[in-house]
Write a protein that binds this ligand. Structure first.
Ligand SMILES: [Zn+2]
Length: 398
């Protein structure tokens, strides 16, 4: 299939391996304020990708991490007067429930940062050893000057633009322990009240990016096929993963395809924890079926930002009832209805960079034809419809 790779900036051919599973790593949630519609949109993209690869006869090994050691989680725990790990566990349980409700394929590996700290130590030590990182007052930083291509995925221009973007997303350029303001944390001393783990550089906790290098290499290998996440991870998170992983393993590329989903907006503002304008999956599924949310989210180009409109999301319920009617309609004995060309067009849309927004109207056309087929034999057409609906992941088609 053709798939857009953010690093190369264009589509390229992804060969579905026949002798091993395709490896997929998707950056997961920080467990608080989960699961909002923006999360659901990101995970839906990879859910459909997995289902499509399986429909082609391939297999996928899927790892999705949980960032349960993170500044905003600690801040929230402090605000709500709850232990950080209790908050994380409660929110992970909610997330798993939401994903089940959304009919997302469960990852094969679902590691938590708090349980993976041990595996980070040799990688950080290796980076120091390879001249890619340095120790400073109990902290360890990645030396970005050691990797001149750092951040090229973001196409931001030069160093100043990278630094400005990193600063917007949590980088502290004024840390006196750093050699360069853009150097990022691999290991840091913990603040009072925060958890800490032992390390050769003193007790502390990991920086954000090292977790994904650690977990992807541990569960999927040193080089993987597809690495995904939301568009907001294009910098600094994913380029940091690249320089860490390649700086440690000396194998390039770390990831063959970088796939990013667009961000979700609500009433003209990005749906985000910081703005507090979140629509939660747990609330949305009270108001409409998960299948209808899926239909709605799948009807947008996956790489582009989209504006979530509640009324439009709810209107998708009508499409799901028509899908159900088409799947269960009694067949006539007349001439056979063929929608095999629609099925081929549906597959071609997904084969060309997973254009689910093109596939959905084709699916709608298949439904129309079956519901209009008075007296015709629709049994084969129904099987074709079911085949396609299952790739989009509708529970009613399973
Ligand atoms: Zn990640």
């Amino acid at each position: 299939m053709q798939l857009f790779d953010t690093l190369r900036g264009h589509k390229a051919t992804l060969d579905i391996p026949t002798d091993r599973p395709l490896t997929l790593y998707v950056c997961g949630v920080t467990p608080y304020d989960t699961t909002h519609i923006g999360h659901a949109h990101t995970f839906l993209i990879f859910d459909i990708l997995i289902r499509y690869v399986r429909a082609l006869g391939g297999q996928v090994t899927y790892c999705q991490n949980v960032t349960d050691v993170d500044d905003p989680l600690f801040e929230r725990a402090k605000r709500d007067n709850i232990a950080w790990d209790a908050l994380a566990q409660r929110e992970v349980d909610q997330f798993v429930k939401d994903c089940r409700n959304m009919n997302f394929i469960a990852p094969d590996f679902f590691p938590k940062v708090s349980e993976e700290i041990k595996g980070m130590i040799p990688i950080i030590a290796g980076l120091i050893n390879n001249g890619k990182a340095y120790v400073s007052n109990g902290n360890v930083f990645f030396d970005v000057s050691s990797e001149p291509t750092y951040g090229e995925m973001a196409r931001l221009g030069g160093y100043e633009e990278l630094l400005a973007t990193a600063n917007e997303r949590g980088n502290n350029p004024n840390d006196p322990n750093k050699h360069d303001p853009l150097d990022f944390v691999l290991w840091q001393t913990s603040n009072p009240g925060e958890p800490e783990w032992p390390s050769p550089w003193g007790p502390g906790r990991p920086g954000w990016h090292i977790e994904c290098t650690t977990m992807s290499t541990r569960y999927l290998g040193e080089q993987i096929d597809i690495h995904g996440g939301g568009r907001d991870l294009i910098f600094p998170h994913h380029p940091s993963e690249i320089v860490q992983t390649e700086g440690y393993t000396n194998k390039r590329p770390f990831t063959r395809f970088w796939v990013h989903g667009g961000l979700t907006w609500l009433d003209g503002a990005k749906m985000s924890k910081s703005l507090g304008n979140l629509v939660f999956v747990r609330d949305a599924v009270q108001e409409q079926s998960a299948d209808s949310i899926r239909w709605y989210l799948a009807s947008f180009p996956y790489r582009e930002d989209f504006n979530y409109i509640r009324a439009d999301a709810k209107a998708a319920e009508h499409e799901i009832s028509r899908l159900a009617a088409a799947l269960s309609a009694p067949s006539g004995n007349g001439s056979e209805l063929s929608i095999v060309a629609d099925r081929a067009a549906f597959m071609a849309a997904l084969d060309d960079d997973l254009q689910m927004h093109v596939a959905i109207p084709i699916l709608k056309g298949m439904i129309d034809k079956i519901l209009a087929a008075e007296g015709q034999d629709i049994r084969v057409a129904q099987a074709d419809l079911r085949f396609c609906a299952r790739i989009i992941g509708f529970a009613i088609a399973e």
